[in-house]
Design a protein around this ligand. Structure first.
Ligand code: NDP
Ligand code: 2IT
Length: 445
């Protein structure tokens, strides 16, 4: 990190004690900004970095709910509204027991730069709760969503703050959240949430967008190296929304995905993952990957060990933060991996990123590679504002163009700031510049 930026980072650590994921996300961005400030010293004078490290608003609230047996539970809800210089706060909600302020702040901070890279009119925010949806009935999920929205609604609005899904929040939860918002406010305000059902204001392709967009980004990374996906062996961690649609698109484009995982273990299927079966088990039945291995003769399940031990040319971590460590990166580089792109937010540890880059493996950071989800959310907002709905083909084409544009922006910025091929530096520099310039133009905000 540039020595001028070190005191700024030290202050972030001091002011946000114990929030290790937030520190990690800030350190990565600040580590890229030395050459940017050298070229644009006015951005430092306006204290743009210090401002970006402090959320505009942080909301914490109690979420009481009752389970099916009548027992009362108390959860903590969060919404961190990080930056509104480019548009209304925009970013997902995560329901997972590991959610705390540090996790929500790391996700909100990343979201600001990611959303800037899409070039769409969206600011950055993130929210969620330390609620564990695993094993809960539909009725319990609905009651939790209603209680969560009973507080959150007052902070939302199509021009103010527009949440969507993330881990543990998909179409079912967005439905319950939207229904309750509408009931409390007496407004059918389509643009207040994205990822809605396609019969009532949701955009086609939003469900698929993060995984599909990730693969469009990988295609560009490979093209820059004179390669294609055709015939490539891939490993994808996770088995949720992002992972499933990444697997689907890789296979549509001629690659073969031989492994995926969930929180209970890894499934290795050398003949290629059967996406229809995977969707049935994980998205419809909400069961474990052990069921996949039971129903698919070519597949083997194991509950321990790292998925990254399975040799592949392309690795796509799509589960959770810090799931790909330095030793995994070493194993991937040794087994002939040529590209890693983050479908999840911050799944590769800083050491893993360093190992991959030093080994010459192309590395696509999440804020660029997984931006297709939020970009398609912005397309959903656009359709809601004009009371229109676009076809699947048209929307997918827009997504592909957006991902190509993000790749080009990151590659050009990496080149301009003296690190050709370094998408981490390129994404951070380009995202930062767009936010910083808008901030200065809007005065002391
Ligand atoms: P889902 O809840 O749909 O799926 C999460 C998947 O990851 C599940 O299969 C879950 O396992 C698995 N998982 C969670 N924690 C671990 C872990 N520690 N080890 C192994 N597997 C784990 O979430 P999404 O697919 O929506 O999100 C995945 C990632 O993508 C997150 O980092 C999210 O922030 C990011 N992302 C999501 C976007 C979206 O549009 N949804 C957009 C951009 C990024 P199990 O099934 O056992 O619970
Ligand atoms: O991390 C992300 O970009 C998301 N979870 C999607 C956010 C959105 O508003 O669509």
């Amino acid at each position: 990190m540039d020595e001028k930026l070190e005191p700024i980072f030290a202050e972030v650590v001091r002011r946000n004690p114990g929030e290790s994921e937030f520190h990690q996300a800030v350190e990565e961005v600040l580590g890229s900004l030395g050459p940017v400030l050298a070229k644009h010293p006015e951005l430092a004078r306006h204290k743009t970095i210090e401002r970006m490290c402090e959320p505009e608003r942080q909301i914490l609230f109690r979420v009481p709910w009752q389970d099916d047996r009548g027992e009362v539970h108390i959860q903590r809800g969060f919404r961190v509204e990080f930056s509104s210089v480019l548009g209304p706060y925009k970013g997902g909600l995560r329901f997972h027991p590991s959610v705390g302020l540090g996790v929500v702040k790391f996700l909100g901070f990343e979201q600001v730069f990611k959303n800037a890279l899409t070039r769409m009119p969206i600011g950055g925010g993130k929210g969620g709760a330390d609620f564990d949806p695993k094993g809960r009935s539909d009725d319990e999920i609905m009651r939790f969503c209603q209680s969560f929205m009973t507080e959150l609604y007052r902070h939302l609005g199509e021009h103010t703050d527009v949440p969507a899904g993330d881990i543990g929040v998909g179409g079912r939860e967005i439905g319950y959240l939207f229904g309750h918002y509408k009931r409390i406010t007496n407004r059918f305000e389509s643009g207040v949430l994205t990822g809605k059902g396609t019969d009532w204001g949701g955009a086609l392709v939003r469900t698929e967008a993060t995984g599909y967009g990730l693969v469009f980004f990988v295609v560009e990374m490979l093209r820059a190296r004179g390669r294609t996906l055709d015939g490539a062996t891939c490993v994808v961690s996770g088995a949720g929304n992002v992972a499933i649609h990444a697997i689907e698109k890789v296979q549509q484009l001629g690659g073969r995905v031989v492994a995926c995982s969930d929180s209970q273990g890894v499934v290795h299927d050398p003949e290629g993952i059967d996406v229809a079966l995977l969707k049935q088990i994980k998205a419809v039945e909400r069961r474990r990957l052990t069921d996949y291995a039971e129903r698919r003769p070519s597949a083997r399940h194991r509950s321990g060990g790292s998925i990254w031990e399975i040799p592949c040319e392309i690795a796509l971590p799509c589960a959770a933060q810090n799931e790909l460590h330095g030793r995994d990166a070493t194993a991937l580089a040794r087994s002939g991996c040529i590209a890693v792109a983050e479908g999840a937010n911050m799944p590769a540890t800083p050491e893993a990123v360093r190992v991959l880059q030093e080994a010459g493996v192309a590395f696509g950071p999440g804020k660029a590679a997984n931006a297709g989800g939020v970009a398609t959310s912005a397309l959903e907002m656009q359709q809601n504002a004009s009371r229109d709905s676009w076809s699947f083909e048209h929307t997918e084409q827009r997504l592909e163009e957006i991902m190509r544009g993000i790749h080009e922006t990151c590659a050009a910025a990496a080149e301009e700031y003296g690190a050709p091929g370094d998408y981490v530096l390129g994404a951070n520099a380009a995202g930062f510049l767009r936010v910083a310039r808008a901030m200065i133009a809007q005065g002391l905000v």
